[in-house]
Design a protein around this ligand. Sequence first.
Ligand code: HEM
Length: 404
Amino acid sequence: MATPVSELDLPTLDFDPFSREDERREIIAMAQRQSWLAKTELGTMVTRYDDVTSILRDRRWHSALALIAQMQQFDNSEWTERNSNRKSILSTEGPDHTRLRRIVSPAFTPRSADRLRPFMRSVMEDLIDPFIGNGHCEFVAEVCEPYPNPIICELLGAPPENWEMFSRLAVDIFKLFNGNLAEDAPAIMAAQDEMNEYMAQLIVERRAAPQEDLLTDLIAAEDEGDRLDNIELQSMAQAVLLAGTDTTRNQLACAMALFAQHPEQWELLRNQPELAPRAVEEVMRYLGAVRGTVRFASEDIEYNGVLFPQGSLIATSFLGANFDDTQYTEAGAFDISRKADSPHMTFGSGIHFCLGAALARAELQEALLVLSKRMPEVRLNGEIEWKPINVGIWGPEVLPLAWS
Ligand code: HEM
């Protein structure tokens, strides 16, 4: 007979949002040794690699993104109507999600990401050219913030004169994650409308004159005669903007913060650029910008002898999974030549596994290749200011770097 989750005596994870990363790792490792579940101020958390994977692969657990409004007790008919008419791949489940994913997946292969590699390199070179001779910069504002937007725009086929507009709309659409829909919903909906209108026009143009870009691929994408309609195409564009910009910029900042503190690894990458793909995987394991994800039980679920009643929320810890010493030899060592361990969890797992993983990998690899060549002996040039750990997508707020 399974024990209801509310009756378990679980270790408590008490994170100070500004605690140090190594302290957090220590706290989570202690909890991992006691139990596969822990209590946090936000609810129950799964801490071990195998259980995080099992739960994310179990289709009875649904993405909590679908509950954003409900969790904030935000009850607004316009919001509800728009979100039921315009389903996002990020929060749909079951056959709707399978259908979307089947149609769009062929447009997100490593080969289509490779198409953009020369563009990625040139964006990075252009960003650093103005200050590289100074030998120092504030890396978040000057490099991470501006890096992903032109790439997402190029991916979607939006011309350079619209990049500014995309950045502006992204800022408002991102308010979705601020936890304050009561205040932010009007700005979010206005930005969504503007973006949808813009994409509708771009879709007309691409239908008339196909190009080498994701939008053209998505328009052409079909699975046994089934295609995305215009509204679905617009939703995909927004999902890509939402999921693909802040993640990449924070992950790049995490990478450089790590390398600045591990000069021998930076030197290794500089001397052996062929290590770039492994370096990205190790950076994402060691200091992932996405710390975990949340699911809710779509029905009563029994797992590992525990009963989770329908509606239970559960957080999965990528930090716990990525440092689980049953999966990684010397999990605490940052080593870009590491091989033969389990894949990191920072792209998630199961049906919502990051659709843009190939693109994100290419963006990070190309960025690190340019930077390791042009910023030798990179080091900290002041204190790193970190975002509080309770934000969904995490990394340095301020990262002062200097190089030789
Ligand atoms: C380093 C950068 C990135 C990280 C760490 C990351 C991480 C993740 C994670 C953890 C998920 C799963 C969320 C969950 O299960 O609740 C996810 C989903 C997703 N990501 Fe990424 N992502 C990154 C970059 C990108 C990029 C560049 C794109 C755009 C092309 C993208 C598009 C998506 C989409 C569309 C989904 C939803 C997939 C689905 O629900 O089926 N991501 N990402």
